[in-house]
Design a protein around this ligand. Structure first.
Ligand SMILES: Nc1nc2c(ncn2[C@@H]2O[C@H](COP(=O)(O)OP(=O)(O)OP(=O)(O)O)[C@@H](O)[C@H]2O)c(=O)[nH]1
Ligand SMILES: [Mg+2]
Ligand SMILES: [Zn+2]
Length: 317
């Protein structure tokens, strides 16, 4: 299909492949674009999720270029996506087994970027008890949690209702490879079932599909903003990716734990690290059962990683 673009047209980057970007123009229609050379100079050129303007040459959309990128609200590195409002952080109850520190890092990165983290527990059918424990832990820490299982539609139905009642411009899935992100998108919005999009997935192992690219799917009609609501499928990451997770300054860390917030500023010493200092309001809240000790363990681990971060590492984020 060819689309006429006269002058510059505004749109949203909805996918990328082989150095080209797919842009959904406001008002409809996709164009395949290459970024202008000038963008390649800066670390991250164009990301899926970016708002851009596109310039084309008549109806020849192969010649369309991304002319400008609108200032971003945020930019995540893993998964690589811009302008996220809400992150659906998916944890499998089993296969793969949950790694709490990885989940908590994702949550902290979301909080630090003003992205609402929502916890989605998948594969509860494989390990119902573990699913229940995860649900209780994250609920008590102040998060919205959904529990999903094969053979039970109630979890996905509740999640779909939540998305409809709490509209966010861009909602993105995040989570380790194989937790079930693409499967869930297919359950919520069958027209985007991964099996129908052979071009977007590649096979690995015994017929397994693993997502390689971030893709935005339109999940509503146009809203007042002139765009639909977007739901992003993203590639899963490996644990090694998350080991090298570089995110923000040490001083910001406590503020990324929402259950710590009522106690911050109330410790005896203003430079309290909330680890083992005497008179720490966070630790006493934990002793009184108001902060989950497992979450505090993640805090301590992330504290150690950020403290050891070399100054030259900091430039990368
Ligand atoms: N038993 C069970 N299996 C599930 C559930 N959800 C997904 N699966 C299976 O888990 C496998 C991986 O699912 P995917 O949806 O491809 O996982 P993904 O998170 O998209 O993985 P990547 O694209 O590699 O990041 C598939 O075989 C799914 O059928 C669930 O709730 N229960
Ligand atoms: Mg996938
Ligand atoms: Zn403290």
């Amino acid at each position: 299909m060819s689309i006429e673009i006269s002058g510059a047209a505004a749109g949203r980057v909805v996918g990328s492949l082989d150095g080209y970007y797919s842009v959904r123009l406001d008002g409809g229609g996709d164009v395949r674009c290459r970024p202008r050379g000038v963008f390649r100079k800066d670390g991250v050129a164009v990301a899926v999720g970016d708002r851009v303007t596109v310039k084309g040459h008549g109806s020849d959309t192969a010649e369309a270029v991304i002319d400008s990128v609108t200032a971003r609200r945020n930019l995540l590195i893993r998964p690589p996506i811009a302008n996220v409002d809400r992150l659906l952080i998916m944890i499998a109850a089993a296969r793969p087994d949950p790694v709490p520190l990885v989940t908590d890092k994702l949550i902290s990165v979301a909080e630090h970027n003003s992205i609402e983290p929502v916890i989605v527990i998948s594969k509860a059918d494989l390990a119902p008890e573990r699913a229940g424990e995860l649900e209780a832990e994250y609920r008590s820490s102040g998060f919205t949690v959904f529990v999903c299982a094969h053979g039970d539609d109630s979890g996905p139905a509740a999640l779909k209702g939540y998305i409809a009642e709490n509209p966010a411009s861009v909602t993105a899935f995040a989570g380790a490879s194989g937790v079930g992100k693409s499967t869930m998108i297919g359950r919520l919005f069958p027209m985007y079932s991964a099996d129908r999009r052979q071009g977007d997935v590649s096979r690995r192992g015994r017929g397994r599909h693993t997502t390689r690219e971030v893709t935005l799917h339109a999940i509503s009609d146009e809203t007042e903003s002139g765009e639909p609501l977007w739901l992003a499928d993203t590639p899963g990451f490996s644990l090694i990716d998350m080991e090298r997770f570089d995110f923000f300054e040490l001083d910001d860390l406590p503020f990324t734990f929402r259950e710590f917030l009522p106690y911050l500023g109330k410790c005896r010493y203003s430079d309290c690290r909330h680890l083992k200092d005497e008179g720490c309001a966070v630790l006493s809240a934990m002793e009184e059962g108001r902060i989950d000790p497992r979450r505090h363990e993640s805090y301590a681990a992330m504290y150690g990683e950020l403290k050891d971060k070399k100054p030259w590492d900091k430039k990368r984020q």
